[in-house]
Design a protein around this ligand. Sequence first.
Ligand SMILES: [Zn+2]
Length: 125
Amino acid sequence: MRKKNEFSDIKNMLTEMLEESTNEKQSSPAPNESSGNSSKDKEQIDMDFSIKEIMDDREIQIRDALKRIDESCYGICLDCGKEIVRERLEAMPETTHCIDCRKKKERQAESMINLRDTFFPDQIN
Ligand SMILES: [Zn+2]
């Protein structure tokens, strides 16, 4: 069993990260749609949206991690159920997987891309 307050420092880190992420979102200007309609502006707007999506994603992960700390199931890999090493949690407190499973997932993603390139070479551009 893990001690109840074992992750109190990580919890503080996560809370700060969450506050930062919320502040950044509030201070970032809304996409400016009134300026010209060249394709470059369109690209810029798309990029702003994907940054926002990434930030929302991260916020969800942080909130999730905080919830897991409260429920005392934080620091356990979602795939293999092993404890995630403390150094990894400190470096990336919102992580949900141990290094082994993370690497496995990355390899899977890579092989998916390789498969796609093998079977649909025409679509590479
Ligand atoms: Zn794992």
